[in-house]
Design a protein around this ligand. Structure first.
Ligand code: ADP
Ligand SMILES: Cc1ncc(COP(=O)(O)OP(=O)(O)O)c(N)n1
Length: 270
């Protein structure tokens, strides 16, 4: 069985973070493992507190996995602090996993800073060059590339700037872009060509964890030995269905749904 590791924060309400990643791995038939970087107290209405895990324990979690188990893909989510990022970067350099999908989580949908402001430069300098793929949403791509993004052409320019920071592939996600066509368009850049992944915008307020779900679905498909374009194509189908099936569980933004049978019927499972 293929095995994927998520290095990310815990989301109490199960819609994003470690919980979303593990649900996605399982739904796609990949064995999931976790290194927890931070514990958040959050629900569908907001984030109410964060406890960062010590670097000593993060280092031990990474070592415990890699010294024992072969890892086919790594997904990185909330990394929170400078020292956390440095510890993860050291781990990646030591163990050199094949596929590293970096979701540069910065701010939750409810507006809470999940990455300390001063840690941004460390994420760019230390983690981006070690990633096989980075998956910023529009606000994250704006921060990393330092340009404003209003159009698909801006997304392409941002992808090129981020690519030049040393990552092998860039996927700029367009969920936050308001286009006339009413499409959710994501753009993959591999240093040579752009590939476009489009889906109709689904009219729902339940989009908690969309970014986590997409990046862990890509990591799953890379673990299953799909090439990058195919992994992103399949993951885009997965996230679109997971948003279509999203439902309310509380008073605010509900989570994506990982509906095993649906994916099986759609032929998305191995
Ligand atoms: N309302 C929606 N309908 C369809 N796809 C969506 C919708 N919102 C987001 N997506 C897709 O979900 C994925 C994650 O989207 P995005 O919102 O851009 O990232 P994040 O969750 O990190 O903020 C992307 O593939 C995006 O195109
Ligand atoms: C613990 C944790 N990690 C990441 C996020 C952000 O996840 P994302 O998929 O971008 O979803 P939203 O915050 O936009 O719903 C999180 N909230 N918590």
């Amino acid at each position: 069985m293929k095995k994927a590791l998520t290095i990310a924060g815990s989301d109490t309400c199960g819609g994003a973070g470690i919980q979303a990643d593990l649900k996605t791995f399982s739904a796609l038939g990949v064995y999931g493992m976790s290194v927890i970087t931070a514990v958040t107290a959050q629900n569908t209405q907001g984030v109410f507190g964060v406890l960062d895990v010590t670097t000593e324990i993060i280092e031990k979690q990474i070592k415990a996995i890699f010294e024992d188990i072969e890892v086919d893909a790594v997904k990185i989510g909330m990394v929170s602090m400078i020292d956390t990022i440095k510890t993860i970067a050291e781990g990646l350099k030591t163990y050199q996993p094949k596929n590293v999908v970096l979701d540069p989580v910065m701010i939750s949908k409810s507006g809470y800073d999940l990455l300390n402001k001063e840690a941004k430069e460390t994420l760019i300098n230390e983690l981006i060059p070690l990633a096989t793929l980075i998956t910023p949403n529009i606000p994250e791509a704006e921060v990393i590339s330092n340009i404003k993004i209003k159009t698909v052409e801006d997304m392409e320019q941002s992808a090129k700037i981020i690519y030049d920071m040393g990552v092998k592939n860039v996927l700029v996600k367009g969920g936050h872009l308001e286009l006339e066509e009413k499409e959710a368009i994501d753009i993959l850049y591999d240093g040579q060509t752009f590939n476009y992944y489009k889906a109709p915008i689904i009219n729902t307020q339940n989009t908690h964890g969309t970014g986590c779900t997409l990046s862990s679905a890509i990591a799953s498909y890379l673990a299953l030995e799909k090439d990058m374009k195919e992994a992103v194509r399949l993951a885009k189908l997965y996230i679109t269905m997971a948003i279509e099936q999203a439902f309310s569980i509380g008073k605010g933004v509900g989570p994506t749904h990982h509906f095993f049978d649906l994916y099986k019927k759609a032929g998305l499972m191995q």
